[in-house]
Design a protein around this ligand. Structure first.
Ligand code: FES
Ligand SMILES: [Fe+2]
Length: 374
């Protein structure tokens, strides 16, 4: 199935150039890969991201790393092998050993040892490399920098996002779910403000009768845009539980990261939504919450239940959407409810162009006030 025909809101001349790029994933950018707690020291974890097989590992010293999960010798997944450290490593650094013929690789991807070699067989072992991906572990999240597949050595020119005010803390709760769609439909589905009263209808959140007109101010922000700080809708009972008069700021940044900050007096609650493409037809959504309110801890099981239900409603809708998309229809984006989706397309377009042309990214979003009913 060809997703490229689902590029929205662009004129036909834009389509040709854009569809080509939109068919691919955004490159040279940080993607959320997995939860830090999911990676134990000495263990290897296989995960496909952007259609590429990766193996994540953690050394005894606690450092996370990522390599392409294909042995350059004869293609066996390195994730089926093991990490060698200390005496077992015999070269003082952690090594990943392939289970087939025991080739060993450093965490920077250079081959360190080929067991079958005898003296006189001159193979420049360290010139054999498996692709290594830059990795950062920030506040309980492991981010991986996905550069163009054709370029071997890359140095990231920016850092993954941080939740201000939470230092090294990991999230208080987290849920992950797979949507059966291309990343664009997941991102657009999550940022779309008009589906709330229909998809998330529930006594504790929204009802169809609660629809009313909204007007929100937006401004460009780092790698995206933000709904500037405001008092949340009065029709959200969930906010009332927090007590006091909350204010919220919602920022979206490429490639598919949404950070919602709610402040109530001196307390903060931050929601981090990460949309990660697994392959063309699978997208993983990871929703994490960080908070400073100790009393919220007792609500964890309830919060988890509602979070699963809420995400499940979004997933069921985009999965249902696939039934229509199968027939390759033309789609529409309307003002103002779908303007954020248009911005997402423009941001992607500009990001790809800046990467291709090797120039700085210029945020195409201008300050605007959007109005819609939801
Ligand atoms: S396939 Fe990995 S060592 Fe041969
Ligand atoms: Fe939703």
């Amino acid at each position: 199935m060809n997703y490229t025909n689902h590029v929205y809101g662009l004129c036909d001349t834009d389509r040709t150039a854009t569809t080509k790029r939109a068919a691919m994933y955004l490159r040279d950018i940080w993607y959320f890969a997995l939860a830090g707690e999911g990676l134990k020291a000495g263990k290897l974890v296989h995960k496909v991201l952007l259609g590429e097989p990766l193996v994540f590992g953690r050394t005894a010293a606690g450092e996370a790393f990522a390599l392409r999960d294909i042995c350059p010798h004869r293609g066996v997944p390195l994730s089926a092998g093991r990490i060698l450290e200390g005496k077992a490593s015999d070269c003082g650094v952690p090594l990943v050993e392939c289970p087939y013929h025991g080739w060993r690789f450093r965490t920077d991807g250079a081959c360190a040892h080929i067991p079958s070699l005898v003296s006189g067989q001159d193979v420049e072992v360290e010139r054999i490399r498996v692709r290594a991906y830059p990795v950062r572990e920030v506040q309980g999240n492991i981010w991986v920098y996905m550069a163009d597949e054709k370029r071997a050595e890359v140095t990231p020119d920016h850092e993954p996002p941080m939740m201000p005010g939470f230092e090294d803390r990991a999230p208080d709760i987290r849920e992950a779910m797979n949507f059966s769609c291309h990343v664009d439909h997941a991102v657009i589905g999550l940022m779309d403000p008009a589906h709330g009263p229909f998809v998330h209808r529930a006594w504790w959140w929204r009802s169809a009768a609660s629809i009313h007109e909204k007007s929100k101010a937006f401004a460009p922000s780092e790698l995206g845009f933000a709904m500037v700080e405001h008092q949340p809708s009065s029709n959200s009972l969930a906010y009332k539980i927090l007590g006091g008069k909350p204010t919220t700021e919602i920022a979206f940044r490429l490639p598919g990261i949404r950070i919602e900050r709610i402040t109530v007096g001196r307390h903060r609650l931050v929601g981090l939504t990460c949309v990660t493409p697994i392959d063309e037809k699978t997208t993983e959504i990871t929703q994490s919450f960080y908070w400073t309110m100790p009393f919220l801890t007792v609500f964890k099981p309830v919060a988890r239940h509602f979070l699963r239900r809420f995400l499940g409603q979004d997933r069921d809708m985009v999965n249902l959407q696939q039934r229509g998309l199968k027939f390759d229809p033309r789609l529409m984006l309307i003002n103002d409810a779908d303007v954020q989706a248009k911005w997402y397309q423009r941001l992607k377009h500009e990001w790809s162009a800046s990467v291709e042309q090797g120039r700085p990214f210029e945020n195409p979003v201008k300050p605007a006030t959007l109005r819609w009913r939801s």
